[in-house]
Design a binder for this molecule. Sequence first.
Ligand code: 5GP
Ligand code: ZN
Length: 109
Amino acid sequence: MASCIFCKIIKGDIPCFKLFESDKTLAFLDINPLSRGHALVIPKFHGEKLTDIPDEHLAEILPIAKRLVVATGAEEYNILQNNGRGAHQEVGHVHFHMIPKPNAKEGLG
Ligand code: 5GP
Ligand code: ZN
């Protein structure tokens, strides 16, 4: 979707610190991290909310989030996914946050 900031990141029109990429999935560091290693994992398929995304475009999301957790060495972390303005969604392209807690060992970020 032309006006979507995350679609622009997927296309390479906006730079990001890329952590993982496949044909269906992209993971990159959050530009305004809540902690060191705060990452976003997104389907390349554009949809605003989780229910807009076909299952086959979601299959890699949690395995990749899990791999990023391991890469950071975080023992405590949040996986978050917001849907709708009232639920604190600011970017209208489905994304999963992986937020390590500050006790994370040296790793990504
Ligand atoms: P939301 O509140 O929609 O769940 O979270 C959106 C997240 O996207 C925020 O944590 C914000 O920092 C991040 N974000 C917004 N624009 C950009 C961008 O251009 N690049 C990157 N890497 N992250 C972004
Ligand atoms: Zn998009």
